[in-house]
Design a protein around this ligand. Structure first.
Ligand code: ADP
Ligand code: MG
Length: 290
């Protein structure tokens, strides 16, 4: 069988000729001028791949644009995560559903489609410490960002300082604040500290403004019956807040063991197994010596 050199294949028109170095440099500069830097950086690599695999020009262009779009999307998500202050780490895929059977995987998967955000609904995650409320709130908020929604994430106690500073801000300006304007507002750890009357009123102002305009996730260790106690003992205000938040909301009541204790539980179990074994050996040994 006759083996042709690549140069001969180009000459015979069997393989499409690779572009000249000058053409590549010029194309790369033009891509940069269009702010397609990633495509420009990977142009030579992609041309080599395209020549080897004999891609059509349409396929080459498609691959080039796909690469650039993927990189731009990655960059957008990174930047949005930074602006939103969402802590990194917890995701839906690293949530251990087997450890927390009171959390329905189906329900979380439905929430991760973000339809509830399109419908301006809320999610309330309640339960004792360590059961994964913050984990799930972060995971759902990250999913929302990936789906193109604007998100702002606050710990309630820290957020209260900002709310109080904004107490006198004119409503026209207030509506541009991130906690008012974001598609999704995450309020983590509601209820750990009781609010003053002023704080409870400011909280109501936000909930009332966002009602049917945006979505909110609240994580809390308090059952609904304890909300008036958190909101300066004001039953009427608590009722008005809950009425707006819970109108077509998803409530996840997580009842289970703290994940924080998981490692402790397994190390204690290992220790007691080891203790059983060694006492077994000791008993065995002492019987043998009898
Ligand atoms: P909560 O907000 O309910 O007090 P967190 O969400 O802060 O609890 O969970 C405490 C720690 O345990 C976090 O590091 C979290 O990622 C982890 N965690 C909790 N539940 C799970 C779970 N079911 N699977 C994996 N990690 C979990
Ligand atoms: Mg928490």
């Amino acid at each position: 069988m006759k083996i042709y050199s690549t140069r001969k294949l180009y000459a015979a028109g069997i393989l499409p000729k690779p572009p000249s170095t000058e053409d590549v440099v010029q194309l790369s500069e033009r891509l940069r001028a269009l702010r397609l830097g990633f495509a420009a950086d990977h142009l030579t690599e992609l041309i080599t791949q395209s020549v080897k695999a004999a891609w059509s020009s349409a396929r080459f262009l498609d691959e080039l644009i796909r690469l650039e779009l993927e990189r731009q999307e990655e960059r957008r998500i990174k930047q949005a995560l930074r602006i939103s202050h969402i802590p990194s780490g917890p995701t839906i895929s690293n949530f251990d559903f087997a450890y927390q059977p009171s959390v329905s995987r189906n329900q979380i998967e439905t929430l991760s489609t973000c339809q509830w955000i399109r419908d301006c609904q809320c999610v309330l995650l309640q339960g004792p410490p360590g059961v994964g409320k913050t984990h799930l709130a972060i995971a759902l908020a990250t999913r929302a960002l990936e789906n193109g929604f604007s998100v702002s994430y606050y710990n309630v106690d820290e957020w209260m300082h900002q709310l109080k500073r904004d107490g006198e801000v004119h409503p026209m300006q207030l509506k541009h604040r991130k906690y008012m304007a974001s598609n999704l507002l995450v309020l983590d750890e509601f209820g750990y500290q009781s609010m003053s009357r002023e704080e409870a009123n400011l909280f109501f102002r936000v909930v009332s403004y966002r009602y049917q305009k945006g979505s909110t996730i609240i994580t809390t260790n308090k059952g609904i019956g304890s909300w008036p106690g958190v909101l300066a003992g004001d039953e009427v205000l608590a009722g008005a807040i809950l009425d707006r938040l819970l109108h077509s909301a998803t409530v996840l009541n997580i009842q289970g063991r703290s994940y924080r204790l998981k490692d402790l539980e397994s190390s204690l179990a290992n220790q007691s197994q080891a203790a059983d074994k060694s006492s077994g050996i000791a008993i065995g040994e002492s019987r043998a010596s009898c």
